[in-house]
Write a protein that binds this ligand. Sequence first.
Ligand SMILES: [Zn+2]
Length: 157
Amino acid sequence: MSFVLDATALRAGMSLGGERGEFFTTPGVINEIRKGPVARSLELAVEISLTVAEPGDAARKKVLETAGKTGDSGRLSETDMEILALAWELKAAIISDDYSVQNVAAVLGLRTESQIDGIRKVINWTYRCRGCGKYYDEKQPDCPICGSEVRQVPKKG
Ligand SMILES: [Zn+2]
């Protein structure tokens, strides 16, 4: 199963562990995220496994048409359109709390999941030394073993 994530889903720091499928987002979402104070979580999300892909013109056209019919076009941002188009192209589910996105997705025959009751799994954070790779439960100013920087990373499994 593939999933397309919107900015809110990414901001929430989803675990993109891969057990449940493949995760995608669009360049527009990445740009939105980069503007916010969450570049750090994005960096992590990308580290985990997130494919950034741009939908083709046919998919964009299909979404525009559909949003026009449902009356959602005025409420959808360019990024929302991208997400919908990419999901339609990939036959992927969308993770978004946006009502208009969910509405258009339903008409397109796409599955949506909201963050609250969806596949979301909040990352359990842990700390890992960039030098020797040792994990710590607590934040460390520097690695007590090798003195390298200790970074916050998502816990595996
Ligand atoms: Zn170390």
